[in-house]
Design a protein. Structure first.
Length: 144
């Protein structure tokens, strides 16, 4: 899986941010409080956090990413290459949760369980390995 694009609309401090990535290793640099950790967490959240959450789980996983100026919706999507094709995984958390995986072959998937299973099947390694080794922040590098 190669991450191509990340769109946050809204997610944390970003009202509407669209980023593109190259085909090789990506390193995000910037001053403190620029949003580097938010970008990292957004990728992990889109890949691994289901959209249908109880209120306590929403608070646990996503409350820090709800826009500070109001709102109760968090949205993000990633575009990635895997299995010989281009995919887009879009998620919306809040009162009307939505998961959609647009695939290069076949129609889009919108059933939460089907989306999770398909994404897991497209990963190069287990989800735990992705989170602990492939998508790491600076403070986590020593642990890997």
């Amino acid at each position: 899986m190669i991450l191509r694009r990340l769109r946050l609309h809204p997610f944390g401090r970003f009202d509407d941010r669209d980023l593109s990535f190259g085909a090789s290793l990506t390193v995000v640099l910037g001053p403190n409080e620029a949003g580097k950790s938010t970008l990292l967490e957004a990728v992990k959240t889109v890949l691994f956090v289901p959209t249908r959450l109880s209120r306590p789980k929403f608070k646990e996983y996503l409350s820090r990413y709800v826009p500070v100026d109001g709102g109760d919706v968090v949205r993000a999507e990633i575009g990635f290459a895997a299995d010989g094709g281009e995919y887009v995984l879009a998620r919306c958390w809040g009162p009307a949760p939505v998961s959609e995986l647009r695939q290069p072959r076949g129609g889009p998937l919108s059933d939460e369980k089907a989306v999770q299973e398909r994404v897991a099947g497209l990963l190069p390694v287990s989800p735990k390995t992705v989170v602990s080794v492939l998508i790491v922040g600076q403070s986590e590098l020593g642990r890997t």
